[in-house]
Design a protein around this ligand. Structure first.
Ligand code: B12
Length: 213
């Protein structure tokens, strides 16, 4: 079955609140394949369509909520759990700023850790205040920020401004729906780059870290 057909059947199962069907679709797709790449090609497009359908009234808020929750549970179950080694001081940090759409960050974090990077996970629903404070304490070289809602995306500007002094500030890489919809938004909020998916997150981190892990 092609990736698009799988994404469609995953989407149908989510909308029918059929957890078992959705899980089976993903597990079959992941057989003998890279689980992360499969999650990217099946989960992300299915949820994006559900979001669009919700926006135009074709899907209810309850369906949006259940689809999000089911997808989150399944992704946690199938993705490799890669933890940083004890005592390691991560050069990278990731957070979902202000909002609670945590699934994209989960994929990006798994991808970075699987590719050998130590990444501190600052969680989701993180306020500007808390994010700046954590960065001052830990001093990551690269800060990855995920936001799915426009108001949160615009607040990246505040994070960047507040991290500018005392220097040196981390490189800020952003991602999430608002940055995909408006390809210039990352510049406007003062970030250093934006990535569309976890593969791009790895490419950008490798570029800015110059090979350091
Ligand atoms: C699932 C979902 C939910 C779930 C979230 C479950 C969870 N725990 O994550 C639930 C149901 C809880 C939810 C709630 C809400 N949601 Co919602 N939700 C979505 C939906 C359908 C899918 C998001 C998702 O998980 N996608 C799958 C993941 C894998 O993709 P992703 O997050 O985009 O991440 C990928 C890339 O963007 C990238 N990426 C992500 N972050 C980063 C970071 C870096 C550094 C890099 C390089 C890359 C990167 O890589 C990831 C992997 O490919 C989107 C639609 C959409 N188009 O995104 C709406 C959407 C984001 N939600 C929306 C809204 C409005 C809401 C609510 C306000 C609804 C309400 N009235 O209650 C609440 C707000 C909750 C809150 N305060 O945070 C709107 C936001 C509109 C806007 N312009 O601000 C959207 C866009 C729907 C729409 N089309 O209108 N939501």
């Amino acid at each position: 079955m092609a990736a698009d057909d799988r994404a469609r059947s995953f989407e149908r199962a989510l909308l029918a609140m059929d957890r078992v069907g959705a899980r089976d679709t993903l597990l079959v797709a992941a057989e003998g394949a890279d689980t992360l790449a499969v999650a990217e090609s099946v989960v992300a497009p299915a949820l994006e369509r559900i979001g669009d359908d919700w926006e135009r009234g074709a899907v209810s808020l309850a369906q949006l909520y259940m689809a999000g929750r089911i997808a989150e549970q399944i992704v946690s179950e199938v993705l490799p759990q890669v933890r940083p080694a004890d005592g390691e001081r991560p050069l990278l940090a990731i957070a979902v700023l202000e909002d609670h759409h945590a699934l994209g960050k989960r994929l990006v974090l798994s991808a970075l850790r699987s590719s050998g990077h130590a990444v501190a996970d600052y969680g989701h629903g993180v306020t500007v205040e808390r994010l700046v404070q954590r960065c001052r304490e830990d001093g990551p070289r690269v800060l990855l920020i995920s936001t799915l809602m426009l108001p949160a995306a615009l607040r990246v500007r505040e994070v960047v401004d507040r991290l500018a002094l005392p220097g040196p500030p981390p490189v800020v890489i952003v991602g999430g729906a608002p940055f995909r919809l408006d390809p210039e938004l990352w510049r406007e909020v003062g970030a250093d780059a934006a990535g569309a998916n976890s593969a791009e997150a790895i490419e950008l981190v490798d570029r800015f870290m110059g090979g350091a892990r």
